[in-house]
Design a protein around this ligand. Structure first.
Ligand SMILES: Nc1ncnc2c1ncn2[C@@H]1O[C@H](COP(=O)(O)OP(=O)(O)OP(=O)(O)O)[C@@H](O)[C@H]1O
Ligand SMILES: [Mg+2]
Length: 240
């Protein structure tokens, strides 16, 4: 079942077309990789879908409803969640409070309910020491905290924007397994932006490739990584 789709989604910033007529869809249970060189428009695409910014043109549909210009909080309430490339723990809050924020804002849960749920999520993700200040957390813990906060939204669609960046190989392995389990158990559609192609290869069922705002290729990682246009897009910016 298609959970989310866009048609000709476009975002212009003054003269720059950051996202250019992108049409795509995501199905329930699917882990979709969103790849492309730096500045390709990946984060902007997720910002459009989560409602942080509004498109210049095009359509976004979620579970059959047009959400193109719906406010971000309403999209979150309906089940679209994401993590941020630039991690931003709320610094005056503890680990558990950072996770609680997810369900308080998106779902309107009371404090007690939000805490119970946040504790369960932290336990599920292997987070301990829940009353620690965020300044005491490792990068790995912060990344898991960000995922827990997104899951507190009870999402049906989840976007992870470079959630593996900065992790060592053991942590990356752990997080890949965690994301796979989370997606499977919750029947989520997950969109994964990553620059590390080993992660994309292991984690995703399908990928889309953006270059200069345009969707230039789509398919299984093994096929797409051999596509001459994709190889060309990455030349100079790293290998596929
Ligand atoms: N708010 C903004 N105002 C103006 N230009 C922007 C804005 N946000 C993004 N851009 C530009 O849009 C383009 C796409 O940026 P975006 O952050 O979406 O790329 P990305 O694919 O996520 O890159 P990276 O892999 O480096 O994270 C870039 O040229 C960027 O400078
Ligand atoms: Mg980005």
């Amino acid at each position: 079942m298609i959970k989310l789709k866009t048609e000709n989604l476009t975002k212009r910033f003054l003269g720059l077309v950051a996202v250019n007529k992108v049409s795509f869809s995501m199905e329930e249970g699917e882990i979709l990789g969103i790849i492309g060189p730096n500045g390709a428009g990946k984060t902007t695409f997720i910002n459009l879908i989560s409602g942080i910014i509004m498109p210049s043109e095009g359509l976004i549909e979620y579970k059959g409803t047009d959400i193109t210009y719906m406010p971000a909080h309403e999209r979150a309430r309906r089940g679209i969640a994401r993590t941020y490339q630039l991690i931003h723990p709320l610094e005056n809050l503890t680990l558990i409070e950072n996770v609680m924020v997810g369900s308080i804002f998106a779902k309107g849960h009371g404090l007690r309910e939000a805490r119970t749920k946040a504790e369960a999520l932290c336990h599920e993700l292997g987070l301990t020491g829940l009353d620690r200040d965020t300044s005491r957390l490792s990068i790995f813990e912060i990344k898991k905290m960000e995922i827990a906060r997104a899951l507190a939204n009870e999402p049906e669609v989840l976007f992870l924007d470079e959630v593996m960046a900065g992790l060592n190989s053991d942590e990356t392995k752990d997080l890949i397994a965690m994301v796979q389990r989370i997606a499977l158990e919750r029947h989520l559609a997950v969109g994964v932006i990553e620059h590390v192609m080993g992660v994309i290869r292991e984690l995703t069922h399908r990928v889309i490739v953006l270059e200069a705002g345009e969707l230039i290729a789509e398919g299984k990682y093994e096929e797409v990584s051999k596509n001459p246009r994709v190889v060309e897009a990455y030349l100079g910016g790293g290998t596929v």
